[in-house]
Design a protein around this ligand. Structure first.
Ligand code: FAD
Length: 352
């Protein structure tokens, strides 16, 4: 393919749910735009999640604007492949101009336009505004634990976990007290000698409560914060949604959390009281960071590691928006149901 100069009013970087929600509103407003996505296939991070993962919320509470997510036959809580298929159909339905695989290496600015550099197809894109919707899947976070390099077993992050069968018969430490840690630990208890390790005692939501409550809570928290109130709710977004496999493992006494170890030896975790546990594998379910590497050439300043925004718009340059990274870029914007509302608000500010 010959390298070309491409011009658009808006370039969206990332073709996961956030990029598609942005595209939906850009299409409705009749703007000339392109979505550049590094993945080879539609579905954003959903195409990479583990086999047993289920959505926190039923399909009807997991929809992007315009087109409800269909039910998955036989499942109240759809799996990740169902979500990836929904996102693929969504792109088609609204004929969103997604270019893939196109990896954006950096964005630069001049007073009149922004330049988006790619390495995958060597095209250069010029735009009046750029929306970063790159998610966090490609930036897994693992805490700095002393001795981590000395451990001779296998270490992987949530991003490397696919199915429990890969660990059959092993001794596996699962680190992390959030939803990923609970789900993967529950998954493994059936086939492996599993030890679940969490920094603080895990907090399960009541069994009857699912991701809908987290969405309401996130919305409430952000609104309360904007109004200068302190949020006093009991649950937090770190709380674990009790999916059916998590409930089964917990009710059988298999999902007991151990406190966090303070170092690793060649053979496994070691706790401050001298206890050790030899194991084959450590799975770090310790979260992610926003994947904003392509913002680097812009030289945007950061506060506490974050690029400051007003909603999605960066404070330093109103042409640059961040969408889908969590509450700081819009209430519940890192969820399927929440990103649409933020994308709609973003468009209003994009158009001035
Ligand atoms: P992604 O899905 O990661 O999409 C970003 C896209 O940008 C990717 O296709 C990537 O290739 C592309 N990209 C990145 N960098 C570049 C670049 N430099 N150039 C070009 N393209 C780039 N939310 C819910 O609502 N319900 C749930 O049940 C739920 N479960 C979750 C379970 C797990 C394990 C995780 C990690 C998250 C879950 N979430 C859930 C949260 C959220 O919905 C997902 O993380 C979702 O994938 C975020 O969508 P996104 O579009 O922001 O990012």
């Amino acid at each position: 393919m010959t390298a070309a100069e491409q011009h658009r009013q808006v370039v969206v970087i990332g073709g996961g749910q956030a990029g598609l929600a942005a595209g939906y509103y850009l299409r409705r407003a009749g703007l000339d735009f392109a979505i550049l996505d590094a993945n080879h296939a539609p579905g954003g991070a959903w195409q990479h999640y583990w086999d047993s993962l289920r959505l926190f919320s039923p399909a009807e509470y997991s929809s992007l604007p315009g087109r409800p997510m269909p039910h998955q036959r036989g499942a109240t809580y759809p799996d990740a492949r169902h979500v990836a298929a929904y996102l693929a159909a969504y792109e088609d339905r609204y004929q969103l101009p997604v270019h893939r695989p196109v990896h954006v290496t950096g964005v630069e600015r001049t007073p009149d336009h922004l330049t988006v550099h790619t390495d995958t197809d060597a095209d250069t894109w010029h735009a009046q505004a750029v929306v970063f919707a790159t998610g966090s899947w490609r930036r897994p976070f693992v805490p700095a634990v002393p001795g981590r390099e000395q451990f001779t077993g296998r270490q992987l992050h949530t991003t490397g976990y696919r199915t429990a069968a890969d660990f059959a018969g092993q001794r596996v430490a699962v680190v992390g007290g959030g939803n990923s840690g609970a789900q993967i630990a529950a998954d493994l208890t059936a086939v492996a000698d599993t030890r679940w390790v969490t920094r603080r005692p895990p907090r399960f939501l009541p069994d009857s409560v699912d991701g809908r409550a987290l969405f309401e809570l996130a919305t409430h928290q952000v609104r309360a914060h904007a109004a200068g109130e302190t949020h006093t709710g009991v649950a937090s977004l770190g709380d674990i949604v009790v999916t059916a496999p998590v409930r089964a493992a917990r009710d059988h006494g298999l999902l007991t959390a151990h406190p966090m170890f303070d170092r690793l030896t060649a053979t496994g975790p070691a706790w401050p009281d001298g206890t050790t546990w030899d194991c084959d594998t450590i799975i770090w379910c310790t979260g992610f960071r926003p994947d904003l590497a392509a913002t680097r050439p812009l030289g945007l300043h950061r506060t506490n590691g974050r690029i400051p925004t007003d909603g999605t718009r960066t404070l330093e340059d109103p042409r640059i928006h961040l969408l889908g990274y969590g509450n700081w870029t819009g209430p519940a914007s890192a969820t399927l149901i929440g990103v649409g509302r933020t994308a709609a608000e973003q468009l209003r500010t994009l158009l001035g």
